[in-house]
Design a binder for this molecule. Structure first.
Ligand code: DX5
Ligand code: ZN
Length: 216
């Protein structure tokens, strides 16, 4: 099953409720929420109060991507403000296994994100515990960047790892995903598609519908 997860980082924050309702009504299944701490990545985006206040705008899955150092410190807070799925970066966790367990103990799904240059080998032991893996297809920190071509092969390799172990783990791709490269990413094995600027620039409903058509 394929899912579209529009990243609200590229939305118009002055009318976030309307923007979320647009992607919801157009059929997106997830809402991708990028939390940046100004330490793991250069920018600061938004945190729990914003997530809590948009929780009432939709019943769709809140897919919370934490670009935060030692996110284990905030697991409870993100669950309390409405996260359904929490992604942490392998590069940001000293105790990755403990962090994943802390998320799942709260009854929400857990995922590990890898920066473009991070080896898939870090997933070797933890893969069976995960609900999803997020492969960054740009360097995290900003919306609207260009897709890094070598990450396509990385998606294929991860898909083989997952299949070889007989697992059924979602593979999410994030960064520089457009209507022109989404098909290749799906063919490579991704099934959760994040897109920020390609959804929120221009006609939002049309953009969502165009993505969903390619993802059927
Ligand atoms: C980047 C974020 C992405 C970003 C994607 O650090 O994790 O989710 O919003 O935006 P686009 O689709 O514009 O690359
Ligand atoms: Zn993201």
């Amino acid at each position: 099953m394929n899912y579209l997860s529009p990243s609200i980082l590229s939305a118009d924050f002055s009318c976030l409720r309307e923007q979320i309702q647009l992607i919801d009504t157009a059929g997106a299944e997830y809402v991708h929420i990028d939390v940046m701490d100004g330490a793991f990545v250069p920018s600061i985006s938004f945190g729990m109060p914003v997530i809590q206040s948009i929780r009432c705008c939709t019943d769709k899955v809140f897919d919370v991507h934490l670009m935060v150092e030692e996110p284990i410190r905030y697991v409870k807070e993100f669950v309390d403000c409405g996260a359904d799925l929490i992604t942490v970066h392998a590069e940001a966790c000293v105790h990755l296994d403990r962090t994943i367990e802390a998320i799942q103990e709260k009854g929400v799904r857990a995922a590990v994100a890898l920066n473009p240059a991070t080896d898939l080998g870090v997933l070797k032991y933890i893969l069976p515990k995960l609900d999803m893996v997020l492969l960054m297809t740009v360097n995290p920190g900003f919306g609207g960047q260009k897709f890094i071509p070598y990450t396509l092969e990385k998606v294929r390799e991860l898909k083989h790892m997952v299949d070889n172990q007989g697992l059924s783990i979602d593979i999410e791709v994030d960064g520089g995903v457009t209507l022109s490269n989404v098909k290749e990413l799906l063919d490579a094995g991704a099934n959760v598609i994040v897109s920020g600027s390609s959804v929120f620039r221009g006609n939002v409903s049309e953009n969502v519908k165009n993505f969903l058509k390619l993802m059927e």
